[in-house]
Write a protein that binds this ligand. Structure first.
Ligand code: PLP
Length: 830
């Protein structure tokens, strides 16, 4: 906690309009995440589309009274907010960094800084698992490792903590110095180096050197010496840095002499035994993992425990207890029409807040429920802690609260303002009462510290699913949305196309996210789709492109806005509205400029204008047209003609109507290929879902959907034997066949039979053999190491949906929207 006057000095601000010397406990950079207004300091960071200062009014009204602003904000702007303190600085982000660095400098505790391409979060969480009995640990929530995540993480340090563990991630040169000042690690861990985020760097060596800058003041550096780039860079670095105490290097290697020299790695089905030479000792440990990455991460953690001189027996015992780190938040279908978010690998107030944000975005069920265990190691006294938790729960709209554990039960009264509460002293007690708790139609968040074993609860709550699932990465949707937003000219609105279950990616889950990120409009194909969104709590305006006479009543009941594309539909809707005494109902006018699908013809525009002008039944919200070939240069001439004709029609309509409406014609491809056609709004479709026809754009998008299945059986066939229906697949030689749980009824095209399609199994592409069946497909996995039950990727990041589309002679749109509803959708946030 620091006062405004101290903070003002630290960040070198011009403090104006000081009203009081408020004590600041919370830093805020995202206005949607406000929790404790009175003690919050808001950093008005500019985003790609909005000035940070544009959130001040809203936050002020919610009780925030302290703001860091840049010089575009003037003293006169401030007078509207008479109760507020303003700290004016040149660079708001830099101010946040200065403050975090100052806060860090107040604590003289060991701090571990972790960087590297992969494994940062796992190593951090595992060190926590291994050391939480010996230290009171403060650590980055999830993977908060960016230039905004790091300061917010460091700000959590308080007097109770005896060890800090923070991760640092960079994507371009010059970022690490900033992060170094805030984390100022006494101990460095360099996990490894990979190809990720190479764009910002000249080469691997430059990337390694940049990352090493995190350790300029460290006393110890732990790293793996097996990558020559890392090894050489560390040696040079160690020679050049001048820390007071010198930099001690702690290397590990599987290949050569090192501080910890790994001599053997052997695994069974479930465990891996690692043996090593350390000094003159021969030591070993066993971890409950067998994959390469986990082994590396575990060795890295082992090094630090050895450095701390933890007893070898204790190390062995704790290593065997290491548990998976669930890195992402997933929304799963639960029993009795519930949705379940299982985030039960940790329980601390920061990760709780992140999970609650995810929960509060879910509108699909009337009740939001939290099941929470005791929070361990908060560094606060439990009275204050649970009072804070209760206040957060109230703000996040928790309707039902279930507390599990002796501590939280003791503080039951803190939660008296939550509508429904119940407490149990242990997970077992909860399980005994499970059926009497009647979970029905609610979104349930599970958040429990490891010792409470909440996996027992998730087993009870989650529905068992068919093993073919479509995973949807919600962060990727957000990323893609932001990418296209950055392509927009100033002031251009965005309509997101969520027709056909959001191109197969699900309905309300995607719409929810888009609503959260404040797109301007949604569009669906049919009224039913719009009704579903409204029922799930979507309040954004929704355009319905294929309005039918029979659905006019629900259209109006659910406040959906039809596209009027012919006089027939216009007159029908008009009659309906008049009979029901509705006037100025919002509608959208579609003009056909060459697509020849739906829309008024050019020669009908005058008449249309006259009719609309005379009528008080409608309010024209927008006028639009659709481009037939915005993605193809050969048709750019045609696109221009379409646009020209559209704009002429708009002029006519504008004159007749006498008021302005939104004009739009650009779909995904047109957004960047025809910037001048963005007009007042664009309609973003397939790009949102990670696919763009343009080769220059595709690398900027993130993969959204992954279709996964599993192997149900593996069999051997002899050369010449046949596989599947009609004996179409003949084994050319003795072969191994894997049958997977997906067929054309799931949307896997039958055109991919007989080698036409391939799937990704154990890091390799393998061909389909024989005909694709209704519910199953056979793969030729000869020579690939596979087991029954293994995951198989049908498409995803490693196998673009575009490839599948090409193999089956179609377009990605058809593959995505063709995945049947029996394939369960699982949504996650990283
Ligand atoms: C589907 C659709 C879009 C979106 O097209 P994408 O190519 O997916 O961006 C835009 N406008 C209309 C009228 C559509 O039907």
């Amino acid at each position: 906690m620091h006062t405004i006057s101290i903070i003002s000095d630290v960040v070198k601000a011009n403090l104006f309009q000081q009203k009081n010397d408020a004590a600041i406990e919370h830093l805020l950079s995202d206005s949607r995440k406000l929790l404790f207004p009175a003690s919050t300091l808001f950093f008005a960071l500019d985003g790609p589309r909005r000035n940070g200062t544009s959130f001040i009014g809203e936050l002020y009204n919610k009780g925030v009274k302290n703001f860091v602003v840049n010089e575009s904000f003037s003293v006169t702007d401030a007078t509207q907010y008479s109760e507020a303190n303003f700290l004016q600085v040149k660079d708001v982000l830099h101010a946040l960094h200065l403050l975090a660095a100052f806060h860090r400098s107040q604590f003289d505790i060991p701090v571990i800084g972790i960087t590297g391409s992969n494994g940062k979060t796992i190593v951090k969480e595992w060190l926590y698992q291994l050391l939480h009995e010996d230290f009171t640990i403060v650590r980055s929530p999830k993977s908060y490792n960016s230039k905004i995540g790091v300061p917010l993480s460091v700000w959590q340090i308080n007097e109770q903590h005896t060890l800090g563990i923070f991760e640092a991630g960079i994507s371009q040169p010059d970022e690490m110095q900033q992060l170094q000042k805030m984390i100022d690690p006494t101990v460095g861990i360099f996990t490894n180096i990979g190809q990720a985020h190479n764009e910002g760097f000249l080469n691997i060596r430059q990337k390694v050197n940049e990352k090493l800058k995190l350790f300029v003041h460290s006393e110890l550096l732990i790293y793996c010496a097996d990558n020559p780039d890392v090894n050489e860079a560390v040696a040079t670095f160690a020679n050049n840095v001048r820390t007071d105490k010198g930099l001690q290097l702690f290397s590990w290697s599987k290949k050569s002499a090192a501080t910890l020299q790994v001599t053997s790695v052997e695994h069974t089905e479930e465990n891996t035994t690692i043996q090593a030479n350390y000094g003159s000792e021969n030591i070993s440990c066993v971890i409950p993992f067998t994959d390469e990455a986990s082994i590396e991460n575990a060795i890295t953690c082992w090094c630090y425990l050895l450095h701390l001189q933890v007893n070898n027996n204790v190390i062995a015992e704790r290593m065997l207890q290491l548990r998976n780190v669930e890195m992402r938040l997933e929304l799963k279908q639960g029993i009795n029409n519930c949705s379940v978010i299982n985030d039960s690998y940790s329980a601390d107030i920061n990760s709780l807040t992140i999970a609650l944000d995810f929960l509060s975005q879910q509108q699909q069920h009337p009740t939001r429920t939290l099941i929470l265990s005791d929070i361990l190691q908060s560094g606060k006294n439990s009275g204050e802690l649970y009072a804070d938790v209760a206040s957060v729960l109230q703000q996040k709209g928790i309707g039902r609260f279930i507390g599990i554990g002796p501590e939280i039960s003791k503080h039951a009264t803190a939660f008296k303002n939550i509508p429904q509460t119940v407490f149990f002293s242990s997970t077992n007690d909860f399980k005994q009462q499970f059926y009497s708790l009647h979970f029905f139609n609610e979104t349930i968040l599970l958040k429990g510290a490891r010792v409470f074993e909440f996996e027992q609860i998730s087993h009870l709550l989650e529905q068992k699913v068919h093993q073919t699932v479509l995973e949807i990465n919600l962060n990727a949707v957000t990323h893609n949305l932001k990418f296209y937003q950055q392509q927009l000219n100033p002031g251009v609105k965005l309509m997101a196309m969520v027709k056909a279950f959001s191109y197969g990616s699900g309905g309300f889950e995607i719409a929810n996210l888009l609503q959260f990120h404040k797109v301007d409009y949604l569009a669906v194909a049919y009224t039913d789709e719009g009704v579903e969104l409204r029922k799930a709590g979507i309040t954004l305006p929704i355009m319905v492109m294929n309005a039918e006479e029979s659905t006019f009543d629900v259209m109006v009941q659910y406040n959906l806005e039809p596209e009027l594309f012919s006089f027939n539909i216009l007159n029908g809707f008009k009659k309906y509205l008049e009979q029901n005494g509705v006037s100025y109902y919002p509608v959208h006018i579609k003009i056909d400029t060459g697509m020849h699908r739906l829309g008024f013809e050019k020669n009908e525009i005058e008449l249309l204008g006259d009719q609309l002008h005379q009528s008080t039944t409608f309010k024209v919200q927008s006028v639009f047209s659709h481009l037939a070939a915005s993605d193809a240069d050969v048709h750019d001439g045609f696109t221009k003609i379409q646009a020209q004709s559209f704009l002429e029609s708009c002029v006519v309509l504008q004159e007749k109507l006498g008021y302005m409406f939104i004009r739009h014609i650009a779909n995904t491809s047109a957004i960047h290929r025809h910037k001048d056609l963005q007009l007042d709004m664009v309609r973003l479709g397939i790009g949102l879902y990670g696919v763009d026809n343009s080769e220059s754009v595709q690398p900027n998008l993130k993969n959204v959907t992954t279709l996964k299945t599993t192997i149900s059986q593996i069999k051997k066939v002899k050369a010449g034997e046949s596989v599947g229906y009609s004996r179409k697949g003949i084994a050319a030689k003795d072969s191994v066949i894997a049958t997977v749980r997906i067929g054309y009824a799931d949307g896997y095209p039958r055109a991919l039979s007989n080698g036409g399609g391939k799937m990704w199994v154990n890091q390799q592409l393998v061909p389909v053999i024989g005909n694709v069946c209704m519910d199953m497909t056979m793969l030729d996995v000869t020579g690939v190491q596979v087991d029954e039950g293994d995951d198989v990727i049908v498409f995803g990041e490693v196998l673009p949906v575009n490839d599948l589309a090409q193999w089956s002679g179609t377009i990605p749109y058809e593959i995505l929207t063709g995945i049947s509803q029996r394939v369960k959708r699982v949504y996650y946030e990283e």
